[in-house]
Design a protein around this ligand. Structure first.
Ligand code: MN
Length: 327
């Protein structure tokens, strides 16, 4: 839900606090990193210092604009205020942020996913907005001065979560925000090609393997790619670069649900990304069955155990959703 005066309350609590922390979700993406950085900058403009908490250092898949930030991955510090950005539920907070949340006096959440639980004292959740970046921009607009750095950060976050302003979460309000960002003389084309359009030779090799693995099910309506642990090891490609693969599958004519499965390490779990371009298919229904989450068009989940069994369960659930047996 939307809270009136959310920005005022957050700034007021933070300015009276000795310490403030900001955290995005586990396995961070551009929107969550950019919204963390934007939040930190907005607080700074209001005379408040805040640390950004992160599970572990970022790999080289991320552009330097978001990578070269002094993140905190370990600290004994107790934070009086903890702010989560782009995190729909408590379990998606990295462990460090979950621990700091327990000891905080005031907690805030700013998000654009479907609200699952009220895990913070104040929840500013605008479901359906393009990105956490857009929610932050609109919520805090009266309380910050837009500059080139902030505009570039917001632009990257919004670009990432809207797939370059084409997903259905792109609204006219999104373009209103973008038009304001472009007044800051940002080099949007350069930003986008650096962050999203360049691939390393290693990532290209990994993508080739993913493409070779593709199998179709349910009369070509389901496409599945898989990258096992050895594919990541042998190509030496960063896990983060595999996120684009599901987007390729979604573009194949006739495919209603695109599924990319990844085994990032030897812990025995499979990360699954789901996409659909079909207006009458809701992939979050598949994700929810496996305690995952996300949006109607793009969702994710985790499977554990034997690969064949995991794949079977996933395919059965996907077929039920396609056949609409699920309601
Ligand atoms: Mn997001």
């Amino acid at each position: 839900m939307q809270i009136k005066n959310f920005a005022k309350i957050l700034l007021n609590c933070s300015s009276h606090a000795d310490s403030v922390a900001i955290s995005g979700h586990k396995s961070p993406d551009y929107d969550c990193l950019c919204s963390s950085i934007a939040m930190q900058e907005i607080l700074k403009q209001n005379g408040i210092n805040a640390d950004i908490l992160l599970e572990k250092p970022l790999d080289e898949t991320f552009d330097e604009l978001v990578r070269d930030i002094p993140y905190i991955t370990e600290t004994d510090k107790v934070y009086e205020v903890v702010i989560s950005v782009d995190v729909p539920e408590k379990n998606m907070l990295p462990a460090i942020a979950q621990a700091k949340r327990e000891g905080a006096l005031h907690t805030f959440c700013i998000d654009h996913h479907q609200e699952k639980e009220k895990y913070m004292d104040y929840m500013q959740v605008l479901n359906g907005e393009s990105s956490a970046c857009e929610v932050i921009f609109r919520t805090f607009e009266p309380y910050f001065k837009l500059n080139k750095k902030l505009a570039s950060i917001f632009y990257l976050g919004i670009y990432a979560d809207t797939g370059g302003f084409i997903y259905s979460n792109t609204h006219s309000s999104t373009f209103t925000v973008l038009s304001k960002l472009l007044t800051q003389d940002i080099t949007a084309d350069e930003l986008v090609s650096r962050a999203f359009q360049s691939v390393s030779p290693n990532s290209f090799e990994m993508t080739k393997r993913a493409m070779n693995s593709v199998k179709f099910y349910h009369n070509g309506e389901i496409a599945v790619s898989v990258l096992r642990q050895n594919d990541f090891k042998e190509t030496n490609a960063p896990y983060g670069d595999s996120k684009a693969i599901v987007g390729y599958l979604q573009r194949i004519k006739g495919v209603k649900v695109a599924i990319s499965i990844f085994e990032p390490d030897n812990k025995g779990d499979f990360h699954v990304s789901l996409r659909t371009g079909c207006p009458n298919v809701d992939v979050s229904k598949i994700a929810n069955k496996f305690n995952g989450g996300g949006h109607v068009r793009a969702s994710g989940l985790k499977l554990v155990g034997d690969y064949d069994k995991a794949l079977n369960a996933l395919l059965n659930q996907t077929k039920s959703v396609l056949e609409d047996k699920n309601d």
